[in-house]
Ligand binder design. Structure first.
Ligand code: SF4
Length: 348
């Protein structure tokens, strides 16, 4: 059943030249870091009871946030909005040490749902700062992940928003610079930024491994393939989801004549489908698959019921829950086990 009332039949089946079809990119949707963060909030609600506070959107998807709110999560911008002693979850995008310290000062019980692949970049920033490198952090100023990473070494980090920023960068020692990046950027644009940085700073050091994460890269590779054969690409994802917005850009660069991002299938406009035989579909790393299914249902109503998956990679990565939560859940299990033994002891 479609989630949005009145969705069925909203789009009309209008004839076009050629066979109507959908190319469905894979991988798409939830990555391991998002899955872990969302489950962390759900488990925290189950274990500690509502409300559980979450600093910033746990992942950048309005549907996920709304569903968690309905279960008792309260989303706040900063830790000073949280009552002392309450439980707070840090989002998948990570936080700076200043935020961690502020939460501790307020006596909050923090559960750190920062994606381990973001934590990896934090560690790189700490290490390069310790070795007195100047860090050129490629990423979008104001994005939570960039704020968190930069906050690990504020005196050593310069943010590079795009290739066009490169001529204006000043560094203390051009032989002691390294680049790092946000995890959810366009691979192609980031490589162009690095190329220009290296032109200016030939001794620019590289990060020890890719900072743009596997999920971002895989979703971009898949949509590049789809976009070559699709007149229209629809990306399911929220406006503040960096990796979703990048998928729209990548689709346009790789051949789609038009590409749009929607939160819900109900946002698809009839005119987008005018004369379109092949629609490409994908979703960002924070998007539940049910939203893609709703889009496919709506497209089927418009005659695009023939769906072929275009798979460019397999994904099976999973992360364990945040350690604070694992510890408390394990404690709970132990207590239950102990309670069971205590109760059975007298009759033994
Ligand atoms: S998009 Fe990448 S870095 Fe971000 S949560 Fe997912 S796996 Fe982690």
């Amino acid at each position: 059943m479609p989630r949005v009332p009145g969705l069925r039949g909203r789009l009309k089946d209008i004839p076009v030249l050629g066979q109507k079809r959908v190319l469905l990119a894979a991988p798409r949707g939830y990555c391991a870091g998002v899955d872990r963060a969302v489950i962390a909030v759900e488990k925290a609600l189950e274990h500690y009871g509502a409300p559980v506070y979450v600093r910033k959107q746990i992942v950048h998807n309005i549907h996920v946030v709304t569903e968690l709110e309905a279960k008792g999560a309260i989303f706040v911008d900063e830790v000073d909005e949280v009552p002392e002693g309450a439980h707070i979850v840090f989002s998948a995008h990570g936080v700076s040490p200043a935020v961690v310290n502020e939460a501790a000062d307020r006596g909050l019980h923090a559960i750190d749902a920062t994606c381990p692949l973001v934590t990896k970049v934090h560690r790189e920033a700490v290490r390069f700062a310790r070795d007195d490198f100047e860090i050129l952090l490629i990423g979008h100023e104001g994005h939570e992940e960039v704020e968190g990473t930069a906050g690990e070494a504020p005196d050593h980090v310069t943010i590079v928003n795009s290739p066009d920023d490169v001529p204006n960068i000043d560094v203390r020692d051009p032989d002691k610079v390294v680049w790092l990046s946000q995890t959810t950027l366009s691979v192609d644009e980031t490589m162009e930024t690095v190329r220009r940085l290296r032109e200016r700073f030939p001794n620019l050091a590289d990060p020890p491994s890719d900072d743009i994460c596997y999920a971002t890269q895989n979703r971009q590779v898949a949509i590049k393939k789809v976009a070559q054969d699709a007149e229209l690409v629809i990306v399911v994802g929220s406006a503040n989801s960096s990796n979703s917005v990048r998928l729209v850009e990548v689709a346009l660069e790789y051949g789609a004549k038009a590409a749009y991002r929607v939160d819900y299938a109900s946002e698809v406009k009839q005119e987008w489908l005018d004369g379109v035989a092949t629609v490409g579909v994908t979703s960002g790393a924070s998007v539940p698959e049910e939203l893609v299914h709703e889009l496919l249902e709506a497209l089927a109503d418009a005659g695009y019921g023939d769906v072929s998956e275009v798979k460019t990679a397999e994904e099976d990565l999973m992360f364990s829950l945040p350690k604070e939560l694992r510890r408390d859940l394990a404690g709970n299990r132990e207590e239950r086990a102990l309670g069971g033994r205590t109760r059975t002891a007298p009759s033994a």
